[in-house]
Design a protein around this ligand. Structure first.
Ligand code: FAD
Length: 382
């Protein structure tokens, strides 16, 4: 697989302009890293997956994975903007020519931010088909009512990709039909039926809940066919899982570099602490876990680019990489002793940030149940 050494080097240079002090200040203030996201957008990285005909870089998914992995490896946080890379895939694959021409070039230049992805709801959670937000056709508009939760970056996005029910569940022809995807223009929606309320979380993630109260969305903003939205959203999830897995590999590398570096330098009892196997082994184990996860990420990216079915690899890669980054974070804190808890080392911040990926965008249990059912053929458990 192409290692994108040139792109990684450039991304690393950009990231060096945003050192630990920058991220600590944002974390303290729970502020969005606008300068970092703008720099990435201006350098074209957020348009990595947008085809050249629409003004993007037209890179294969492995290029986007290299960018995100490097961002995390440098101690930055791609969670502030990673969705812009992959949620536009739904528009690209299922949008009309007119929609693509209208939005993609402006997303590619960074003029329009497509960062918000409204799927999860408070009552339905992982059970996406049970979501309750409705979109009812009324002339040239759909009228949206309901609520989403964990809609990250909603306050820092111009557009939201929204999944809502257009046919009542009991009237849908199939279990997976009756949901539709819309591109909501948040610039006009906020204050006209759309309210955003930030949620304070353990890490700085700019996540929110959003409320729809008779929000009118032009029918022209329906993506693809009415009722087929669940299928469209699912088709983008393997890309999302592979890219988040690449971010976790980057986090794991950052933690391992920090931990092994400190273990070599910190001298106690007249020897570096890294001379003790009790210190070495958790770091070495995390390294082994990271390498195994990295191989699975590469295999998933390879199959994705070859157009092969990749559900198994994308799910396994996401699970292994999230576990590897957590193991590496744990080893890193332990190696640093008390200093691991001091904000100025950035470890506790990264530790909080990387924990998310065992829950979002899909939790470990759901991955295991996918493997059990779809790979191993055991009975469906839910
Ligand atoms: C910081 C943050 C950012 C997020 N950003 C977004 C976003 O931008 N857009 C968006 O749409 N969503 C977003 N999410 C939502 C995220 O995808 C969900 O939190 C995640 O999918 C889990 O859903 P839930 O929180 O509703 O948990 P639930 O579905 O309530 O599940 C709770 C627990 O029960 C387990 N569980 C549930 N059912 C089963 C079962 N059948 N078998 C075994 N275990 C089960 C789950 O694994 C989980 O551990 C975000 C979440 C967070 C915390």
């Amino acid at each position: 697989m192409h290692d994108y050494a040139d792109i990684r080097e450039e991304v690393a240079k950009l990231c060096q302009q945003f050192p630990g002090e920058y991220w600590r200040a944002k974390d303290r203030e729970r502020a969005y890293p606008t300068e970092f996201v703008t720099a990435l957008a201006e350098a074209g990285y957020l348009a990595a997956l947008i085809p050249e005909e629409f003004g993007g870089a037209g890179l294969p998914i492995s290029g986007a994975a290299a960018i995100l992995e490097e961002i995390q490896r440098q101690g930055c946080n791609g969670g502030a903007c990673h969705a812009q890379m992959y949620i536009m895939g739904t528009l690209l694959r299922h949008g009309s020519d007119a929609q693509k021409a209208e939005y993609l070039p402006r997303i590619a230049t960074g003029e329009l931010r497509l960062q918000a992805f409204g799927v999860t709801e408070p009552t339905s959670g992982t059970d996406t088909l049970a979501l309750k937000t409705t979109a009812k056709r009324d002339g040239d508009n759909y009228v949206v009512n309901g609520q989403k939760i964990w809609t990250s970056r909603a306050e820092h996005s111009d557009l939201m990709l929204l999944l809502a029910r257009t046919t009542p569940r009991e009237q849908a022809a199939r279990r997976t039909e009756g949901l539709s995807v819309f591109l909501v223009d948040m610039r006009t929606a906020v204050g006209n039926g759309l309210t955003i309320r930030p949620i304070e979380t353990m890490m700085n993630h700019s996540t929110t809940e959003v409320f729809f109260d008779n929000l009118r969305v032009p029918a022209a903003n329906l993506i693809g066919e009415e009722g087929q939205g669940f299928r469209y959203i699912l088709s983008g999830m393997n890309a999302e899982r592979l890219l988040i897995a690449a971010e976790c590999v980057g986090d794991a590398k950052w933690f391992i570099d920090k931990a092994s570096g400190y273990a070599k330098e910190r001298v106690l009892f007249n020897r570096p602490i890294g001379q003790n196997q009790g210190v070495q082994f958790p770091i070495a184990r995390a390294y082994a876990q990271m390498r195994a996860a990295e191989l699975m990420v590469h295999e998933g990216l390879r199959k994705y680019e070859a157009g092969e079915a990749v559900g198994e690899e994308a799910n396994i890669a996401k699970m292994l990489a999230a576990e590897a980054s957590w193991a590496a974070g744990e080893a890193c804190i332990q190696t640093h002793g008390g200093f691991g808890f001091a904000a100025e080392y950035d470890i506790e911040r990264k530790f909080r940030e990387t924990r998310l990926y065992q829950v979002a965008p899909i939790s470990t249990n759901m991955i295991l149940s996918f493997i059990a059912e779809h790979v191993l053929g055991m009975p469906r458990s839910y």
